[in-house]
Design a binder for this molecule. Structure first.
Ligand code: SF4
Length: 446
């Protein structure tokens, strides 16, 4: 069980010493935590010990538990895992969009923004470290103001994200307008007028009946649609979402996400609802945009094939925890965690399409706090579970140069069948659900 902060506690800055999942269980002499400390100069985001809980009638759900990772400039970071592993909640936590009954209960989200750091340097309640600011400590209005110009999200289902009764162009123009007005607001933390000055800002405040969008924002919507590969954007800008195909609508959503020229783009299963050909086009588009604009992308997916194709570094999530992370090459070639090995074994082999896939036995565990044992959460599905795994392993270094760590005892010892737990230790045993279609993630990940 975790040491969750109870509802009502407005904890912000994280305290690593309160992490029951790592510190409490760690053997001080044997544990060698991977080097993840203060944010580095290349880190656009540095997340430390982030925990998000949902306080439901069924009990406390530990959706994200003590997650720590970095997002560097100019990179694509993949977050992969089965449905219910905490991927999407982690992403929503980054942009402070977790809805009631959920709440971030602890942790730090360091964002590199020199202007913001200068604004809050010396303010007691706000944590500033060089050019980084801990967003968990800034006022909520500041966090809200960063959505758009700093962070944007692409969701998996564009059909439900657009209003069917308003033209696509109008909806993109609204996003452009929101950013122009926010930047013209003298209270904005990132004041850049982009042709929308203080005079217009005041006029729109005094005369609310004025059209929200403007010729400039509609022109920008056309430009953005063209940039994401929509043919004839001047005509398509006046069409409704129902007149767009799924792939086109996903492109339009990417255009909308780019309206604020964000530093960080969070793409949550952006191709799940699309067929394979269109998936490849959208992924290529994201890669091109990332390269052209030098932005950083967090790509959430249940598909390790997509990770292999797209990402520079990867975090593997299981039961709300990051169980393995590092550069793509290191995690794929020196895989330590049996869960990561299981995901890799679930990828179809293009050279041998007849080859049998190896599903991961068992099902994802309950994330209800009262039902979570204080051990490796994967132990009941792990073919290499040993006595040592009954003490919850901390993150151990696999390869410091590759920033590769794993929450698994196999990072520092070999598997020895002599120490293996009996097959029926957790009841029916890890192999009991082999072949169960529910055992591996076949659909949209959380
Ligand atoms: S700690 Fe043990 S049970 Fe957990 S993944 Fe590693 S080997 Fe398996």
């Amino acid at each position: 069980m975790s040491d969750a902060t109870p509802p009502g506690d407005g904890a912000v800055g994280g305290d690593p010493t309160t992490d029951g999942g790592t510190a409490a269980a760690a053997d001080e002499t044997a544990a060698r935590p991977a080097p993840i400390g203060a944010p580095g100069p290349d880190d656009v985001l540095a997340v430390r010990d982030l925990s998000t809980r949902f306080f439901t009638e069924e009990g406390q759900i530990n959706a994200v538990e003590s997650a720590s990772f970095d997002l560097r400039e100019d990179e694509i970071l993949g977050v992969v895992g089965e449905s219910g592993s905490g991927k999407s909640v982690t992403a929503l936590s980054l942009v402070d969009l977790v809805e009631t009954p959920g709440r971030i209960t602890s942790g730090e989200v360091w964002y590199r923004e020199p202007d913001l750091a200068d604004e809050f340097r010396g303010v007691d309640a706000v944590a500033v470290d060089g050019d980084h600011v801990d967003l968990r400590t800034v006022p909520p209005r500041v966090r809200r103001s960063l959505r758009g110009p700093s962070f944007s999200v692409i969701f998996q289902d564009p059909m439900s994200s657009f209003n069917p009764s308003i033209t696509v162009g109008e909806q993109i123009a609204e996003a452009v307008e929101v950013q122009r007005r926010a930047r013209a607001n003298p209270r904005s933390t990132r004041s850049r007028t982009q042709g929308y000055g203080l005079g217009k800002f005041l006029l729109d405040g005094l005369v609310p009946g004025r059209d929200y969008t403007s010729e400039e924002s509609m022109d920008r919507a056309v430009e953005l649609l063209g940039q994401v590969g929509i043919p004839d954007p001047e005509e398509r800008v006046d069409e409704y979402p129902g007149q767009f195909s799924g792939g086109m609508l996903q492109r339009a959503m990417i255009a909308q996400a780019l309206a604020g020229e964000p530093d960080v783009l969070i793409a949550d299963e952006p191709t799940t609802a699309l067929d394979v050909t269109i998936q490849a086009q959208i992924l290529n588009l994201l890669k091109e945009i990332q390269a052209e604009r030098g932005m950083s992308i967090v790509l959430i997916t249940h598909d390790l094939g997509v990770i292999a194709e797209m990402c520079d570094r990867v975090c593997v999530m299981y039961a709300g925890e990051i169980v393995e992370r590092g550069t793509l090459d290191s995690v794929f070639e020196e895989t330590v965690h049996p869960y990561t090995q299981g995901l890799l074994g679930s990828i179809p082999d293009v050279d041998d399409p007849q080859a049998r896939l190896e599903p991961i036995a068992g099902n994802v565990p309950s994330l209800v706090d009262a039902e979570m044992d204080d051990r490796c959460y994967f132990a009941d599905r792990c073919p290499k579970a040993m006595e040592a795994c009954l003490d919850k392993p901390p993150e151990l270094t696999v390869d410091a140069a590759a920033d590769h760590g794993a929450k698994c005892v196999l990072a520092e010892r070999e598997y020895d069948p002599v120490d293996a737990l009996p097959d029926d230790y957790f009841g029916a045993g890890p192999g009991s659900d082999a072949g169960d279609p529910a055992a591996t993630d076949g659909g949209a990940g959380e």
